[in-house]
Design a binder for this molecule. Structure first.
Ligand SMILES: NC(=O)c1ccc[n+]([C@@H]2O[C@H](COP(=O)([O-])OP(=O)(O)OC[C@H]3O[C@@H](n4cnc5c(N)ncnc54)[C@H](OP(=O)(O)O)[C@@H]3O)[C@@H](O)[C@H]2O)c1
Length: 257
């Protein structure tokens, strides 16, 4: 068995995760990618090996299913993790969710419930193996609920609250958590949206993530400007906030009359 530490990525096919993994592969890093599609994981592994990764193993699991999380973790106990990255998630379609509220439960199950379950399950392993850094991808959407993505925002706000407590718990065990509040990034998740000029490419995001990993910070905004923007947005009175981010229905009635 190799003695090299490995980056373990949950949601190994994510656009953001892959951009970061590619930068790490160029430095000869080793990987374990966990995801739901064997075919997409294999393609991701081939990409990383071609860029210089020293090894890349893939593990198939639906991360919205606790039994599959348990099963995949059974295959990892001897792995010595370097960085562990949680990059799986669903954005969901708010209009569709409002038509079929059961979809909200699916989103919350993956983004929040099962992510907390996964984090609780891996905590002893991270401490025992001396993991260098645990990275969880959150979102600026968790900073203040908007009509356009309130369920997604709630899932990220809940994850952040959990990670705030987990960070304290992990520090005591010698593991540092990094919770990233990401602004819009151009990936498959956002390909159907008009993100405007504020969005960044996944490669630029990955470079910023590498820098954040060299710091000792626990909560970071990427890009950093979102920290300042949300400092203001979080404190705006509700009516002012509503004028800036009107709900779809409000826009319809305004045009009606
Ligand atoms: N892009 C943005 O603007 C943005 C902004 C803020 C935060 N984030 C967060 O950053 C993270 C990565 O997003 P991204 O932009 O890289 O999106 P992405 O490319 O769409 O990646 C999402 C990942 O989640 C995986 N996934 C979805 N359902 C799953 C399930 N049931 N079991 C296992 N894996 C599952 C997908 O796997 P498949 O390949 O099988 O679909 C994919 O690897 C997410 O947590 C997202 O919420 C993104």
């Amino acid at each position: 068995m190799s003695d090299q530490r490995e980056h373990v990525v949950f949601g190994g096919t994510s656009g953001i995760a892959m951009a970061w993994c590619r930068l790490e592969a160029e430095k000869g890093a080793a990987f374990r990618l966990v995801g739901r599609s064997g075919e997409r994981l294999e393609a991701a592994a081939a990409d990383l090996l071609a860029r210089g990764a020293s090894s890349c193993h893939t593990h198939q699991a639906d991360l919205a299913c606790t039994e599959e999380i348990d099963a995949v973790l059974e295959t990892l106990p001897h792995t010595r993790p370097s960085v562990v990255l949680l990059a799986h998630g669903l954005l969901g379609d708010q209009a569709e969710i409002e038509q079929r509220p059961a979809l909200a439960l699916e989103l919350l199950r993956l983004n929040l419930d099962c992510s907390i379950y996964l984090l609780l399950r891996i905590t002893p392993w991270l401490e025992e193996k001396g993991c260098r850094r645990l990275v969880v991808l959150g979102s600026v959407a968790g900073d203040r609920g908007r009509a356009e993505n309130s369920v997604y925002g709630a899932s990220k706000a809940g994850l952040e609250a959990f990670c705030s407590g987990l960070a304290a718990r992990l520090e005591a065990g010698g593991v540092k958590l990094l919770f990233v509040k990401a602004g819009p990034v151009r990936t498959a998740m956002t390909a159907h949206l008009d993100l405007g000029p504020a969005a960044i490419e996944s490669k630029g995001f990955a470079r910023r993530l590498q820098r954040a990993l060299r710091s000792q910070r626990v909560f970071v905004y990427i890009p950093r400007r979102w920290g300042l923007i949300f400092l203001v947005l979080r404190h705006l009175p509700f009516r002012v906030f509503l004028r800036l981010f009107p709900a779809r229905q409000a826009r319809t009635s305004a045009s009606d009359g």
